[in-house]
Design a protein around this ligand. Sequence first.
Ligand SMILES: Cc1cc2nc3c(=O)[nH]c(=O)nc-3n(C[C@H](O)[C@H](O)[C@H](O)COP(=O)(O)OP(=O)(O)OC[C@H]3O[C@@H](n4cnc5c(N)ncnc54)[C@H](O)[C@@H]3O)c2cc1C
Length: 192
Amino acid sequence: MLTVKVTSKTVVADGICSFELTSAEGVLLPAFSAGSHIEVHLPGGLIRQYSLCNNPDENHRYVIGVLKDPGSRGGSVAMHELMEGAEIVIGEPKNHFALARHATHSILVAGGIGITPLLCMAKRLVNEGASFELHYCARTLDKIAFKERFRLHDLVSNTFLHLDDHGDSQQFNTRATFSRSADPGTHVYRAP
Ligand SMILES: Cc1cc2nc3c(=O)[nH]c(=O)nc-3n(C[C@H](O)[C@H](O)[C@H](O)COP(=O)(O)OP(=O)(O)OC[C@H]3O[C@@H](n4cnc5c(N)ncnc54)[C@H](O)[C@@H]3O)c2cc1C
């Protein structure tokens, strides 16, 4: 268990806040690999999992993005009520969604808040100079989280945004995208 402080809370899309967490003791945090999540212990005894979405080379902070779920029994609402400076207890990062080694190409597909682990994975692939494409599906532009990350040079050329309200030509084309996955060196990752 680690005690961390919310050093920054930012609205990153309609209904989504990002939280930057740093050690409350001012030490470095345990290393994590792309696709990892942490368990967050919230007021009232709730425990919820959140994917780490920052650069996996960073060990001075964890960044998570949380969607306020309209059907929430309390977890995401409690997260959104946290203010900068609050201290919370988290578990060490665990990874049940790791990138395969030695892929010749990776196809990352996210819907909505599912973008969070894939952002971290995309950054890992950028850092390694690996071949990949990231498809991010959302209802509208204001629901796209972490927009500024997609404008950065390292992600812009590999990222395809698919918006429900932006016409047929840019809709996610399952057949065209997954036809490339027949190559045994290609790995597909999908986060709902
Ligand atoms: C590995 C992992 C990583 C995750 N990463 C993220 C992330 O990066 N960002 C993020 O926002 N979330 C993430 N989640 C989801 C997150 O852990 C929470 O589940 C989410 O915040 C909702 O919690 P909540 O308490 O607000 O809602 P909950 O009360 O858990 O409700 C969630 C949904 O279930 C429905 N529901 C509630 N009760 C019932 C019931 N009895 N029967 C059927 N349906 C019900 C609700 O209507 C609601 O839509 C992740 C989950 C996992 C397992």
